[in-house]
Design a protein around this ligand. Structure first.
Ligand code: NAP
Ligand code: MG
Length: 403
């Protein structure tokens, strides 16, 4: 078979520990044999981030703005233990945080649904994609303990010094208060990312907040979504045969539990944090969850939702066998290559991405999988493969499909 040619490079962000090992295995076995890979490569491995004073992370995000599509391997976010383990100059910020700050996007988390790994909720047959707003609210709050009797107020002072005040509470004893904020700009870009991702994937979009209680704050989110939908997306949604649906968050939770899936659920920052953990664990495994950052300008970054699987890496370093699940990392590659194929109009690349995903899933559905899945599958007597064996099994299947 002749290798598939690419036009625009894909931005490749390499990473750390066990996922870095998997990344190389995926490239060697599932990408290079089939594709004449054009990649703009950035090594976000912690050592190289340290050597470049984290400039490499910034460069990789700027390259994503330039080319439009990136794929990222999981990376270490340094903490005190990593400072001494890697002898770092500085406790570098989370690469994902840095990249998100530059691209200004929304993160969509989508489970990879496989027969034999059954969701805890029986009605769920298709993925439920969580879109979490990634700025503000309780994550940027200001809190205060109130020691005694007294009045608490919110004050806004404009440039001329005019004040606008609202009473929070007249305390007759000790208590607590909290102030939070968001910006219209961030909410607008959240809304646009959600609508454009829905169009892109052909999925319905749900959005929910607590606007009946929070009549100014949450209501602003609801109004901005409604405005963007009416003015920019309604016609496109109708043409694509998908719907936008707003409902109160309590109602949404009840509906999600009775749904069959197949939609995007957009949520404010805290709601998205909590609900994405619920959805991912109910779908079976963190190792079967992809994460896609979509910027309001339409730049895409694909990655696995899990981390660098440190414990497995230490086993690997000791020469012990590992059985680490590479499905979400493979899907980062297929997702990025499919998007590249769509943007550059390379149908062979789109077909390749689809076949790669099919091969990845079919190996599992036919009973061969890594240990994490073997422990939870409903398939009888699954065959447990090690990290490399699983990728090789996907390779033989893929070769068969592409023949
Ligand atoms: P983790 O790497 O997601 O792993 C937590 C545990 O989940 C593992 O020990 C393993 O359980 C299981 N697991 C996760 N992914 C798996 C896979 N692909 N196959 C099999 N089992 C898997 O989280 P962590 O250990 O808390 O974090 C390790 C490093 O990752 C940290 O330095 C953190 O900063 C970084 N991190 C990066 C990202 C990112 O780049 N997006 C996200 C999260 C964390 P068992 O050990 O029981 O087998
Ligand atoms: Mg969380």
């Amino acid at each position: 078979m002749e290798k598939i040619k690419m036009i625009t490079p894909i931005v490749e962000m390499d990473g750390d520990e066990m996922t870095r090992i998997l990344w190389q295995l995926i490239k060697d076995n599932l990408i290079h044999p089939f594709i004449d890979l054009k990649s703009d490569y950035y090594d976000l491995g912690l050592m190289h981030r340290d050597e470049t004073n984290d400039q490499v992370t910034i460069d990789s995000a700027n390259a994503t703005k330039k080319y439009g599509v990136a794929i990222k391997c999981a990376t270490i976010t340094p903490n005190a233990a990593r400072m001494s383990e890697y002898n770092l100059h500085e406790m570098w910020k989370s690469p994902n945080g840095t990249i998100r700050a530059i691209l200004d996007g929304t993160v969509f988390r989508a489970p990879i649904v496989v027969k034999g790994i059954e969701p805890a909720v029986k009605t769920w047959k298709n993925p439920i994609v969580i879109a979490r707003h990634a700025y503000g609210d309780v994550y940027k709050d200001v809190e205060m303990a109130i020691p005694s009797v007294g009045k608490t107020e919110i004050v806004f002072t404009d440039k001329e010094g005019n004040e606008k005040r609202a009473l929070i509470h007249d305390f007759d004893n000790s208590g607590i208060i909290l102030g939070q904020h968001n910006t219209d700009k961030s909410i607008y870009s959240f809304a646009r990312s959600c609508f454009s991702y829905a169009l892109d994937t052909g999925l319905d979009l749900w959005f929910s907040t607590k606007d009946t209680i929070s009549k100014t704050y949450d209501h602003r989110f609801k109004d901005i979504f409604a405005e963007i939908y009416e003015n920019e997306y309604k016609d496109k949604f109708e043409k694509a045969g998908i719907t936008y649906f707003y409902t109160l968050i309590d109602d949404a939770v009840a509906r999600v539990m009775k749904s069959e899936g197949n939609f995007i659920w957009a949520l404010k920052n805290y709601d998205g944090d909590v609900m994405s953990d619920m959805i991912s664990s109910a779908f079976g495994s963190l190792a079967m969850m992809t994460s896609i950052l979509v910027s309001p300008e339409g730049n895409y970054e694909y990655e696995a939702a899990h981390g660098t699987v440190q414990r497995h890496y230490y086993k690997h370093l000791k020469g012990e066998e590992t059985s680490t699940n590479s499905v979400a990392s493979i899907f980062a590659w297929s997702g990025g290559l499919r998007k590249r194929g769509e943007l550059d109009n390379i149908p062979e690349l789109v077909t390749f991405a689809n076949e790669l995903e099919k091969a990845t899933i079919d190996v599992i559905e036919e009973g061969s999988m890594t240990k994490d899945l073997a422990l939870i599958t409903t398939i009888k007597n699954p065959k447990v493969l090690n990290s490399e064996e699983y990728i090789l099994a996907v390779r033989s299947k893929l070769e068969e499909y592409l023949k």
